[in-house]
Design a binder for this molecule. Structure first.
Ligand code: PMP
Length: 423
């Protein structure tokens, strides 16, 4: 696969960007053949800078829900761009968008807008502390809530003090949640939970009803806030709050990534139980109230309400899971497929340092399918049945190629280090 432009850009980037790239979108943590720079996207597809096309199973790490450049959303954004975007104050769309989200998300009585998921999760934490006057926040071990000093998974440049009042519990484990809450005593400000366990490197887990309900009870007993971090899974599991089906309503929920189908906006939603706290924190950003992403969000949310985007993704996801399982078995591989089918995590049994997963992702990439070896993936509504069937055919071929060179697959140096660090 031609990488001429990609490599030229990487060389230039090394001179003007620390390490050439940073964060989880650095290809240093991906298989060697993965492109770093992309040139174009349309529907379910992305093109790298060298013009190679891939069916994108990462969807921008979540923002593409309806597909890239969805014409309905883009038309709404273009129309608003003709009127106004970033202003001295908010446009009327802010109120309309807040009303829309309050209508769609059961527990929400109010909304605040920001830009990235980290803004929303951080505001959730500060709002909870402001509301309760308490300090301790419980977070599940290994859960990702963003890149601020209190939650970054790589602590370089942060202080122990930044996390001084965080306590860790085991997702889905009621006893460990109770122990962490007991340790916090009357200083418990909040419990954070993601809609399901979608940590990197591990099999995904659905939330147990008993765990979600106990989290709610412990917050009620302590006068603390329950926070669901919907940034990654929001509107990919349900058309409203992901825990409604468990009978649990949080006080606060953080949203981002997909609700404007790729336009930059995130939101903190809350119930009246945390209105005062949220109203007391200082929350602002130069671009937080821009009108174009709000127009895109209102249109995306309309499509979420009115289309079968979710059922379509679930149908495709179920077919993909089934097809991949059959293809893998045929060539002697056992796949570990977990998570909701529309947000699949695909790893291999007996692959402790992920070398088989890395090699398979490379085989898939070479065939035009962008898949991730250790992060949950995303389906989008622009994918078609034909896309899924093509993926399964390519996977069959990729498994065959992999079986042929199984003994020669080298470990990926960064993966080996990370796997050791996360065990
Ligand atoms: N919470 C969760 C669950 C996430 O998946 C992410 C991003 N992957 C964040 C928070 C942070 O979002 P952002 O990268 O937009 O700051």
């Amino acid at each position: 696969m031609n990488r001429t432009k990609d490599f030229a850009l990487r060389e230039r980037a090394l001179k003007v960007i620390p390490n050439g790239m940073y964060g989880h979108q650095s290809v240093r943590i991906l298989p060697a053949s993965f492109p770093q720079f992309f040139g174009m996207a349309e529907g379910a597809y992305i093109w790298d800078v060298d013009g190679n096309r891939y069916l994108d199973y990462m969807c921008g790490y979540g923002p593409s829900l309806l597909g890239y450049k969805d014409e309905r959303v883009e038309a709404a954004a273009r129309e608003q761009a003709q009127i106004a975007d970033t202003l001295t104050g908010p446009s009327p769309l802010m109120v309309e968008l807040a009303e829309t989200l309050v209508e769609m998300v059961d527990h929400a009585d109010w909304a605040m807008f920001c830009k990235n998921g980290t803004d929303a999760t951080t505001m959730a934490m500060t709002s909870a502390r402001a509301q309760t006057g308490k300090r301790v926040v419980l977070v599940a071990k290994g859960a990702y809530h963003g890149a601020a000093p209190w939650c970054t998974p790589i602590p370089a440049g942060t202080l122990a003090e930044d996390r001084a009042h965080l306590r860790i519990y085991e997702y889905n484990d009621v006893a460990s949640l109770e122990a962490a809450a007991a340790e916090a005593g009357d200083d418990l400000a909040a419990i954070f939970a993601s809609p399901f366990r979608h940590d990197a490197f591990i099999d995904q887990e659905a939330p147990k009803r008993a765990y979600a309900q106990r989290a709610r009870e412990l917050c009620d007993e302590a006068g603390a806030m329950l926070i669901v971090d919907e940034v990654r899974a929001g509107f990919r599991l349900a058309r409203g709050s992901s825990w409604t089906e468990l009978g649990v309503q949080p006080d606060l929920s953080a949203w981002g990534k997909c609700f404007a189908n790729g336009h930059p906006i995130s939101a903190l939603l809350g119930s009246d139980s945390c209105r005062d706290g949220a109203g007391s924190i200082y929350a602002t950003g130069s671009f937080w109230l821009s009108a174009v992403p709000m127009a895109a969000a209102i249109e995306t949310l309309r499509i979420i309400r009115e289309s079968d985007y979710l059922e379509h993704m679930e149908r495709l996801g179920a077919r993909l899971r089934e097809g991949l399982d059959i293809a893998a078995k045929k060539h002697g591989f056992a796949l570990r497929q977990s998570g909701p089918v529309q947000m699949p995590q695909i790893m291999f049994a007996d692959d402790p340092d992920f070398r088989v997963g890395y090699a398979w992702a490379e085989e898939m990439l070479a065939r035009g399918f962008y898949m991730h070896p250790w992060h949950n993936m995303f389906l989008c509504a622009a994918m078609s049945e034909a896309d899924i069937e093509e993926t399964i055919v390519a996977a069959d071929d990729a498994f065959a190629a992999l079986a042929d060179r199984l003994d020669e697959i080298p470990p990926h140096p960064i993966m080996t280090a990370l796997a050791a660090a996360t065990v």
